[in-house]
Design a protein around this ligand. Structure first.
Ligand SMILES: C[S@@+](CC[C@H](N)C(=O)[O-])C[C@H]1O[C@@H](n2cnc3c(N)ncnc32)[C@H](O)[C@@H]1O
Length: 331
């Protein structure tokens, strides 16, 4: 029995995302690494890989670009990578050529890994699909060697993109300031029903990512990349293409400028984060804490299962999201 409800790989890699636009990528690089021209992989390689790691695990690898790029940059000598969807794994296998990458099929929510097996674990845009996020983080802590490194870049915003009213008010405000021809048309707050229909695992517990990872890992550095305004306005905006005209570029720059301003003023939260962490192995000896966290997770999921996978109707979950906004603005 698996937990995966959407087995359609077409939901991935099909839209224009904000980071497909070159100047947006520069903005993300600047926030992640302090250098517009430096992608996090180059930064990670420079500062953490004097010697290649021996064995790396890439979570939920999709079409495999992450481990191919990391391998080609010499970040680890060998990789293991898993995904649930066989057709994506086939694509990844077809492109691996002579690289030392071992692919396996697994459901992240049921994954079993060997203790202290990996020197490096990498999450790129995947943890936000994990339903049993506590179990997963605990498993990653267990599978990483004590001196191992966990590197993450992912969406950490409100679950299933259920932004607060206040947050959405600012997104709409900036959209209205754009010339008509660049505005995102039909700018609607993502509807829970649509999210559940498209892919119920999308951002299923994203707002718990930082909280859950810090339960099992010490985050040694964290670099957020804003996005509270720019991500919803530039993702799937049919009026803005990645081949920018000079006028379009001026307005994309405007969106990025406002994105920075609104994030710094704590009017909108950062939605993406690049961070590096080490496992806190001692927590694995704390049976009381491990049991309590797993029981809480199991109860949350059992309750949601009775409501077709909906969490946000419960007062508890609305409370969690509100708490997340409060804590994010405080830090
Ligand atoms: C947004 S894609 C990211 C893929 C890849 N990391 C990348 O950056 O291109 C999310 C991936 O998670 C996989 N996935 C979703 N739920 C999963 C699960 N329960 N177990 C394993 N893989 C899963 C999907 O098949 C998909 O490849």
């Amino acid at each position: 029995m698996d937990t995966v409800k959407s087995k359609n790989s077409k939901v991935y890699y099909r839209h224009q995302y904000w980071n497909n636009i070159p100047i947006v990528l520069e903005y993300i690089c600047e926030n992640y690494t302090g250098n517009k021209q430096k992608w996090w992989i180059a930064d990670f390689k420079e500062r953490y890989c004097e010697q290649p790691f021996e064995h790396a695990l890439v979570m939920m690898c999709g079409n495999g670009w992450v481990e191919r790029e990391l391998y080609d940059k010499g970040i680890a000598r060998q990789f293991s990578a898993f995904d649930y969807l066989e057709d994506l794994l086939e694509k990844a296998r077809a492109k691996k050529a002579g690289r030392r990458i071992h692919y396996f099929q697994a459901d992240a929510n049921l994954l079993e890994l060997e203790e202290n097996k990996y020197d490096l674990i990498v999450n790129v845009a995947a943890m936000h699909h994990v339903q049993y996020i506590n179990r997963m983080c605990r498993m990653l802590c267990w599978a990483l060697k004590p001196e191992g490194v966990f590197v993450n870049t992912d969406y950490i915003g409100p679950h299933r993109n259920q932004y607060s009213q206040r947050h959405w008010h600012y997104v709409k405000k900036i959209n209205a300031q754009l010339p008509q021809q660049y505005r995102k048309q039909s700018l609607n707050k993502p509807r829970l029903g649509t999210m559940l229909h498209m892919d119920p695992s999308e951002a299923i517990h994203s707002e718990l990512t930082i909280e859950t990872i810090t339960r099992y890992f010490d985050i040694v550095e964290r670099h957020d990349t804003n996005g509270g305004v720019a991500y919803p306005l530039l993702t799937r905006n049919r009026n803005i293409s990645k081949e920018l005209t000079p006028d379009m570029e001026k307005w994309v720059q405007y969106i990025l400028q406002e994105d920075r301003k609104y994030t710094e003023a704590k009017k909108v939260p950062p939605l993406f984060s690049y961070f590096i962490a080490h496992p806190r192995k001692t927590v694995l000896q704390n049976d009381a804490l491990l049991n309590a966290c797993q029981l809480e997770e199991n109860a949350r999921e059992a309750k949601a299962a009775k409501r077709d996978g909906i969490y946000s109707l419960s007062a508890y979950y609305q409370y969690r999201v509100k708490k997340w906004y409060r804590q994010t603005f405080k830090s």
